[in-house]
Design a protein. Sequence first.
Length: 62
Amino acid sequence: MTVASKEWDGGSRSWIPLEDLAASQEMDANTPTQVIVGRWGSMNVFLCRADPTHPPQLSFQG
């Protein structure tokens, strides 16, 4: 699973969900949750499906 600071790239406007297209010009429309990971990066959460007793592993990018 990836937790990202932004739902889409505000510069190139790529990957804007169709349901958000109309509001995409509004300030901070791509950060509706206001959750910022690190320095506007992403956090990846890795889970072991084979053995759920293994603790989750985290990776931060950006």
